[in-house]
Design a protein around this ligand. Structure first.
Ligand SMILES: [Zn+2]
Length: 276
């Protein structure tokens, strides 16, 4: 054997600190995944709580992540504040442009969305409480009646004066035809996407549905939420208080990891299918 080859073999066999760390991480992940699979297998009434992390794997940028909209451009947060939107026509003009170009128009559901559809077909998914506004759960095939859109939907507009609701597409057609800030066709009021902005309360009925679902599940499956935005995050605590197990699947640590029965950090499009 040539010296070079022997050296290569020797190096491959060396146990480095990095390799040990890698092996320990793999063993930890395997044990945690087994625990998570057992939780899912033993549950009969699962409620999923989904956040931006499940949509980033479909190419929709999040807000607070490393490449988030607000991380890259903190000034953009102003566009998502109700007071700025109502008082500044320029904010509205920019918002219509953003809506028109939103990644959700062309995004496709990913295997994590489809895994939740599988759980539903299995008869064990009671609800999906989502912080997302992109309708990817419904497009993946989840029953729209089970999807609780805590932060609303970007696929409809609402008039801030008369509450008239319409398809977003209809209003974006007016934008593309030259109306920079289209007004309500019924009353002339300010139109906005039917999403919850900063400074705007959640829809009370929708929030109540979320609470009811959280309090009546036996497993709260968190998928892609850093659980920092309330009241959405608080529903996880309410589920735990009511006796549910909590399973957290999120790329970064959450304030609820300590009370979770299992925590997974790997990409959701791999982890959620692996849980079934
Ligand atoms: Zn109106």
């Amino acid at each position: 054997m040539r010296a070079g080859a022997r050296c290569f073999t020797h190096d491959r066999g060396r146990v480095t600190a990095a390799k040990v760390r890698g092996m320990m991480k793999a063993m930890h992940t395997t044990a945690e995944l087994t625990r998570a699979r057992d939780l899912v297998a033993g549950a009969t009434r699962i409620v999923a709580m989904t956040g931006a992390g499940i949509s980033t794997e479909s190419g929709i940028p999040d807000f607070r992540g490393p490449n988030g909209v607000w991380t890259n451009n903190p000034a953009a947060q102003r566009m998502f504040t109700l007071q700025s939107y109502v008082s500044d026509p320029e904010v509205r003009v920019q918002s219509w442009q953003l809506r028109s170009r939103h990644a959700a128009w062309s995004a496709e559901p990913n295997p994590a969305h489809h895994a939740l559809v599988e759980l539903e077909r299995d008869g064990r998914l009671a609800a999906i409480i989502t912080q997302n506004i992109d309708r990817l759960h419904q497009r993946a095939g989840s029953d729209p009646g089970l999807v609780i859109e805590l932060h609303g939907t970007m696929f409809e507009t609402v008039c801030l004066s008369c509450a008239d609701r319409r398809e977003m597409r209809e209003t974006l057609d007016r934008v593309e035809a030259g109306e920079a800030d289209p007004a309500c066709l019924d009353c002339g009021g300010i139109l906005k996407s039917a999403t919850i902005s900063f400074g705007q309360a959640l829809n009370a009925d929708v929030l109540q549905r979320g609470r009811d679902a959280a309090r009546s599940c036996d497993l709260m499956l968190v998928a892609g939420s850093s659980l920092t935005v309330h009241p959405a995050a608080g529903l996880v605590g309410q589920a735990a208080d009511a006796g549910a197990d909590v399973l957290v699947c999120n790329a970064s640590a959450t304030p609820y990891d300590d009370l979770a029965a299992a925590v997974l950090r790997e990409p959701l499009s791999e982890m959620l299918p692996a849980l079934l």
